[in-house]
Design a protein around this ligand. Structure first.
Ligand SMILES: *[C@@H]1O[C@H](CO)[C@@H](O)[C@H](O)[C@H]1NC(C)=O
Ligand SMILES: *[C@@H]1O[C@H](CO)[C@@H](O)[C@H](O)[C@H]1NC(C)=O
Ligand SMILES: *[C@@H]1O[C@H](CO)[C@@H](O)[C@H](O)[C@H]1NC(C)=O
Ligand SMILES: *[C@@H]1O[C@H](CO)[C@@H](O)[C@H](O)[C@H]1NC(C)=O
Length: 836
């Protein structure tokens, strides 16, 4: 799958010729096909829990004017301070023993679990859709963790549908109540049409105490049946559903305590006190709370279904048996798809069994996919603050203005910790997602490329749209500035996608495209349509090329470095004439301690910083961007452009060696001007990820003697190698483990993955079983095999012991560090286990 460059070029050449032959007849058909593809994509990806910052929260994709917004919350209402443990947004502070998807695919559905010790609750939420993706059901199933422990599961649902009325009726109104606990709503949205929404119990015991003739402690406060109230909340505020619930219930409690007749209520009526009621006589609105309070001393727990059906459907989801059937079908289907894309074998790793390995990988992939969200809203941008080239104090972005609204379809690094779009991370997410659902990866990529500004070519480093997303970001990181760049990993992913698509031209028998029966007819459209049908992808490439070129030029211009400072020095060294003066770069916006734009925040750099500093990683990333542009130009048969990019790429490759290779240190380094002596060029060498990047990004020529030296550095247990993966910074570096210790030793999956992938590229023989050869290839093979095993062993072990994937891993003992439930790029372990 990660093909060699040689092979790609040969196939690109074939493609160019095929395209030439068919181009006359191609367009109309292809256009139709592309539209059909889009229609399928829109339908199959319309509904999913796209509010991935919530434990479970839904909203439709690309429905921005009048979305139906939904969320699930819960707490133990038998506990007096239960309201404090009301769960809503995923956060590590809740200290759930475990949460996340066991099985998930946004096109199909899935199963998410929550083990919440504090609330004594074992909760499972199933999400399923009808085959055409238009109707869906959410099954909420709960059991006590310990039935001996008196507690309740008070489940609070909310639904909101703004966007206008229909025939004088609210856009979401309760139309009837079939008995005390089954509710039915009618909804209308300009974009979604008319629908109904039902909440129906399958089983469960509402909290009740037969010693009292009623559980109703005040009018409307009764935990023995479903509570419902409605009010009006604008879309921009719906995310505060938890706060609003807490304050309405607190007001209700205060009211109860003030009244003589309710003051002296026995403690076992607390669950009723903690239910929601319409204290203020709100008029019916289109925002609804539904609360159900189940008794958790009953071992069998409870279960209910929430079902959305478009009106006038021939086959609405109407019974619980249908939901049960859909759940079984969905889980099966996802498992089958997973097995078509990944295979697991016994290997040298120490994972107990192939079965366990597969389950771990499926769960990990599911959580990466479960992070996918649809974001809509305004972004804070500061366009006024200029960066003074020669000062390196932290620059505050104080001139922020809201712009937008924008929309973004993206995965996130961590639902609990980083629930928003990150430019640096997303390319890595796509490297994993494209191996499972190529078209889904493409949709995400295309959404990001839409964010390229038409005038400037800039994309923000973090995309934080609307108040809901902003509420999770510390203030100093909320504002974006168009001088700041980030490693362009999306182009790395796009280049990989084009290569795969092009490769398939020579391989039409590929089984990667899955046939489905969709709306009554069999269709090829499923998950790998673009991969199997590269014409479609090239159609897209044609459309996006001008925008990408802008982005490329923006990066090069905004991060261009100063070379003249080195003129004399380089002349003395006799390399001045060889250096390509336009291909030198540095990250704008670094401070004394941090270089946030590089993505490796506290990785050591030149001290003190200097305007003339040149960063080897910035140059390497330009190399990647250039290579992608060259590939796209080739596919589009823009020969002149292709030649231009090929030349720039070559210049980048040469500059890496001419300027950044330190013979004395045997590695690639930043360079700067010696602060003591302006006539001296200084190599700033900190062995670690930055020095590995030219290798990791496949920018070193295949015949370069430097390859061996990089392999030696990676293999050195005194420096970067460890039993848990490659360290971000060498053990021998003076900054190892110091300060924040973020990129100063901890093991990160993204760079480990690139290094493994690069080893496969430079030394194809490393993947063959059997004893290692002697010499260079032998060293690479040994490193590859060991690193691959050690890395996956450790991530598996931590998952088993600590329950989650982590942001990074300790260089000392491998335990999970940084954010927990970080199933962003750490999920690349799935490719390593199931495809490498
Ligand atoms: C799919 O959705 C996108 C985004 O809303 C829209 O621009 C496009 O026209 C839709 N395509 C089809 C064929 O429905
Ligand atoms: C949670 O409930 C499910 C059944 O719904 C069960 O299979 C699982 O073992 C339970 N987990 C715990 C930790 O009790
Ligand atoms: C879901 O809704 C559509 C109406 O848009 C309908 O045609 C379809 O049959 C419905 N139900 C199922 C189970 O697919
Ligand atoms: C690291 O990999 C090697 C080679 O596969 C293996 O022998 C060793 O046990 C692994 N160590 C750990 C801690 O996984």
């Amino acid at each position: 799958m990660f093909n060699s460059r040689l092979r790609v070029f040969k196939l690109v050449w074939i493609l160019a010729n095929i395209a030439l032959l068919v181009s006359a007849t191609f367009s109309v058909d292809k256009l139709e096909e592309f539209e059909e593809y889009q229609k399928f994509t829109n339908e199959s990806l319309l509904w999913a829990p796209y509010r991935s910052n919530c434990y479970f929260g839904m909203r439709p994709r690309y429905v921005s004017e009048s979305p139906l917004i939904m969320g699930v919350m819960w707490f133990n209402s038998l506990s007096q301070d239960g309201l404090h443990s009301l769960r809503h947004f995923a956060t590590p502070q809740d200290k759930l023993q475990k949460y996340g998807w066991e099985v998930y695919d946004p096109r199909i559905g899935g199963k998410e679990i929550f083990i919440d010790g504090k609330n004594n609750l074992n909760l499972t939420v199933y999400f399923v859709k009808s085959r055409n993706g238009e109707n869906w059901s959410v099954r909420v199933h709960g059991e006590p963790l310990d039935p001996e422990k008196p507690s309740t599961a008070s489940i609070v649902l909310y639904f909101s549908q703004n966007g206008g009325e229909l025939d004088g009726k609210s856009s979401l109104a309760m139309i009837n109540q079939d008995g005390p606990n089954d509710l039915k709503f009618f909804g209308y949205s300009k974009e979604l049409g008319e629908y109904d929404l039902t909440v129906k119990d399958n089983f469960g015991h509402y909290f009740n105490n037969p010693a009292y003739d009623t559980m109703e402690v005040a009018p409307g406060s009764d935990c023995s049946k479903t509570s419902h109230i409605s009010l009006q909340i604008p879309d921009g505020e719906v995310w505060k559903a938890r706060d609003v619930f807490q304050s309405l219930v607190s007001d209700s409690i205060r009211d109860i305590l003030e009244k003589e007749e309710t003051k002296q209520r026995p403690a076992d009526l607390i669950p009723s006190v903690l239910t929601i009621r319409n204290l203020y006589d709100f008029n019916p609105g289109s925002f609804h709370y539904v609360q159900k309070t189940f008794d958790l001393t009953k071992q069998e727990g409870f279960e209910f279904d929430i079902t959305y059906n478009k009106l006038e459907t021939s086959q609405s989801i109407s019974t619980k048996e249908q939901v049960t059937e859909l759940i079984a079908w969905s889980l099966n289907e996802i498992n089958a798809r997973f097995d078509r894309h990944f295979s697991f074998e016994e290997g040298p790793d120490s994972i107990e069994s192939v079965d366990v390995k597969r389950r771990f990988a499926l769960e990990t992939l599911s959580n990466l996919l479960g992070g996918i969200g649809y974001f809509y809203g305004k972004q804070l941008i500061d366009r006024e603050t200029e960066f003074d080239e020669s000062q390196f104090d932290e620059i505050k972005l104080l001139n922020a203005k809201e712009e937008g609204p924008f929309e973004l379809f993206t995965s996130v690094p961590s639902r609990g910790f980083f629930p928003r779009g990150f430019y640096w991370d997303e390319g890595f997410h796509l490297l994993q997602i494209m191996e499972y659902d190529f078209d889904l990866a493409f949709e995400i990529l295309a959404s990001w490329f839409e964010m390229i500004e038409d005038d400037s070519g800039w994309i923000a480093r973090e995309i934080i749209l609307g108040n809901e997303a902003r509420s999770k970001v510390p203030e100093e990181f909320q504002v974006q500035n168009p001088n700041i760049a980030n490693p362009p990993t999306l182009l790395l992913a796009f280049s990989e996608m084009l290569s795969k698509a092009i490769e398939n031209i020579g391989d039409l028998g590929s089984d990667s495209n899955e046939q489905v029966t969709f709306n009554g007819k069999t269709s090829n459209f499923m998950t790998n349509n673009l991969e199997a049908n590269s014409d479609l992808l090239t159609e897209y490439a044609k459309k996006i090329y001008p925008k990408l070129m802008k982005h490329y030029n923006w990066f090069k211009d905004s991060q261009a470095g100063l070379i003249d400072e080195y003129a004399e020095i380089c002349e003395d060294e006799g390399i001045w004439d060889k250096i390509h003066k336009n291909e030198v770069y540095r990250w704008v916006g670094r401070t004394f301690t941090h270089c946030l734009p590089s993505g490796m925040d506290d990785y050591p750099r030149a001290q003190p910083p200097d305007v003339a500093e040149l960063n080897v990683d910035a140059l390497a990333w330009v190399g990647v961007m250039t290579r992608s542009m060259k590939q796209i130009a080739h596919v589009l048969k823009l020969t002149e452009d292709e030649e231009k990019y090929a030349e720039i790429e070559q210049n980048v490759v040469e500059n890496l060696d001419l300027l950044h290779w330190s013979e004395k240190d045997n590695c690639y380094c930043d360079i700067s001007i010696d602060p003591e002596d302006e006539d001296v060029k200084e190599f700033v060498c900190h062995e670690g990820y930055i020095s590995l990047l030219p290798f990791a990004l496949k920018l070193i020529p295949r015949d370069s003697p430097k390859l061996e030296k990089v392999v030696a550095l990676m293999s050195d247990p005194e420096k970067i190698f460890s039993e848990y993966g490659l360290l971000s910074l060498s053990r021998q570096d003076e900054y190892f483990g110091k300060g924040e210790n973020y990129w100063r030793g901890p093991i990160w999956m993204n760079i480990n993955y690139l290094c493994l992938d690069a080893m496969r590229y430079y030394y194809p023989e490393v993947t063959f079983d059997g004893a290692g050869e002697a010499g260079k290839a032998g060293n690479a093979k040994k490193l590859y095999q060991t690193l691959k095993t050690n890395l996956s062993n450790n991530i598996y072990k931590v998952w088993k012991e600590q329950g989650y994937c982590y942001e990074n891993y300790s260089p000392i003992d491998g335990h999970g560090t940084g954010a927990e439930h970080f199933t962003g790029w750490t999920a690349l372990v799935v490719n390593i286990l199931g495809r490498f």
